[in-house]
Design a protein around this ligand. Structure first.
Ligand SMILES: C=CC1=C(C)c2cc3[nH]c(cc4nc(cc5[nH]c(cc1n2)c(C)c5CCC(=O)O)C(CCC(=O)O)=C4C)c(C)c3C=C
Ligand SMILES: [Fe+2]
Length: 427
């Protein structure tokens, strides 16, 4: 999908849009003579505030997978109430309509005040796009026979089985259908979620959800800097290049590539989505020596550089360290990506968010990582990577307690609906 940026992530102190320049002219002030504060104020009230930034609704792939991450996210997982294929199709058509409207924006209809409003009203009467994406994915349970889809399940889709360090809570695990909602603001995500709930009361019910956030000032730097997770480390330094189409067709999208062999035809253009809710034991972490923290990840905390290297994007060069003296063999990055020709097929596209949810029952900070990743092959991707990381030193500080495996539907064209290929292939 094409990304359309309308000055959202630009440096707000440089007048760029014609609209903005005309405003400056209109008040008879030259840009050079305006102080940064005045420009920043103006940036807040015109289109460069990001409210008009739009992601395409139509395309080969759904938005929200390779599109840049905005600052706010909600992952919400539903169980489907629809009883048959017809009901499931109605759900997919409703989701398509609402997502198209919410992501592109527009006027909300006025209604008779004797009836409840059609919408929460959080965005007023005119919905603005605010960089919203809503990515719809299906869990394995949808293919259980209720909707005539049994023979159409993506081959690796399954319920989440606990890894040795997991304590999966059933109320926060699995589910029929996930929606990853991402936007510039938490309010726009909440608005979108409430719109979906209001429009599908008879079709699905919420099972679990998690809100995530990233620092907005870092997002505005547009990839010039890497964001930090709540353990204080740069997270996202090394990731699959979302601009490399050949790589994406091999590793992220179900495609004609051998990595996707055996998948049903309808799944082409989709991707396996993994969500993991991972609590961080931050009080314990904050009492851990810096040296130990860095050894656990295999990177320097401040710079994000691989241990013993000066720069963040330097190659960790494991080959020159066969005994693990510089970067231990059980360091997170060494297990996650050993960087060998054999492990190339295990690369995944990570798209996680931080989360914070007040206090745990035992009075500790309840915060961590809303881990999300995408891959064309769940077995070669997350399942193998997580398998390699079982027993890593980081496990003492983290506790995965929920999540699920889902299949992100292919994108749709104008006049089509999400999952149309699946429904048409169903019996
Ligand atoms: C199974 C996949 C992964 C899980 C689960 C996971 C959890 C997790 N990660 C961090 C922090 C960092 N991860 C980093 C790199 C990294 N992590 C994974 C995979 C999982 N992480 C991969 C594939 C990579 C990239 C490795 C590489 O190519 O070098 C880093 C280093 C910076 C970076 O490259 O992003 C950090 C820091 C936490 C805190 C966490 C669970 C709470
Ligand atoms: Fe990681």
């Amino acid at each position: 999908m094409t990304t359309v940026h309308i000055n959202d992530t630009q440096d707000t102190e440089q007048p760029k849009s014609p609209h903005r320049r005309s405003w400056l002219k209109g008040i008879g002030v030259g840009a050079v003579s305006l102080g940064a504060g005045a420009l920043a104020t103006k940036a807040y009230i015109d289109s460069s505030d990001g409210t008009q930034t739009k992601q395409d609704a139509y395309g080969t792939h759904q938005a929200g997978i390779i599109t840049p991450q905005p600052a706010a996210a909600i992952i919400v997982v539903f169980d489907v109430l629809a009883k048959d294929k017809k009901g499931f199709e109605k759900l997919l058509r409703t989701l398509t309509d609402r997502i198209t409207f919410l992501t592109q924006g527009g006027q909300l209809p006025q209604i008779d005040p004797k009836f409840p409003p059609l919408n929460s009203g959080i965005m007023g009467d005119k919905v603005f796009p605010d960089n919203l994406t809503m990515t719809v994915s299906l869990g394995a349970s949808v293919f259980d026979g209720r909707f005539g889809l049994t023979d159409l399940k993506p081959q690796y889709l399954q319920d989440m089985q606990p890894f040795p360090n997991d304590a999966l809570e059933p109320e926060s695990t699995d589910g029929d259908l996930s929606i990853q909602i991402c936007s510039n603001t938490a309010e726009t995500c909440i608005h979108a979620l409430r719109d979906i709930i209001k429009n599908t009361p008879d079709l699905m019910t919420m099972r679990w959800q998690m809100n995530g956030f990233l620092p907005p000032h870092m997002i505005r730097k547009l990839g010039k800097d890497t964001m930090r997770n709540l353990l204080g480390f740069k997270d996202g330094t090394s990731n699959v290049d979302a601009k490399n189409d050949a790589l994406l067709n091999e590793l992220i999208w179900v495609s004609d590539h051998a990595n996707s062999a055996g998948e049903p035809a309808w799944a082409k253009g989709g991707s396996y989505q993994v969500v993991r809710l991972i609590r961080n034991r931050v009080e314990f972490w904050d009492r851990t020596p810096l040296q130990e923290q860095e050894t656990i990840f295999g990177r320097h905390k401040l710079s994000g550089a691989p241990l013993g290297k000066p720069n963040e994007h330097d190659d960790p060069d494991f080959a020159s360290d066969p005994d693990g003296k510089r970067i231990p063999h059980d360091a997170h990055i060494r297990l996650a990506n050993p960087r060998t020709p054999e492990t190339r097929k295990n690369l995944i596209l990570r798209r996680g968010y931080n989360y914070s949810q007040g206090l745990s029952k035992s009075g500790q900070l309840n915060m961590g990582l809303l881990f999300v990743c995408y891959q064309s092959n769940l077995l070669n991707g997350f399942l193998t990577v997580q398998g390699r990381m079982n027993g890593e030193s980081l496990e003492e500080y983290i506790k995965p307690f929920g999540g699920g495996y889902f299949f992100s539907l292919p994108g749709f064209a104008k006049g089509e609906y999400l999952g149309q290929g699946l429904i048409q292939a169903a019996v």
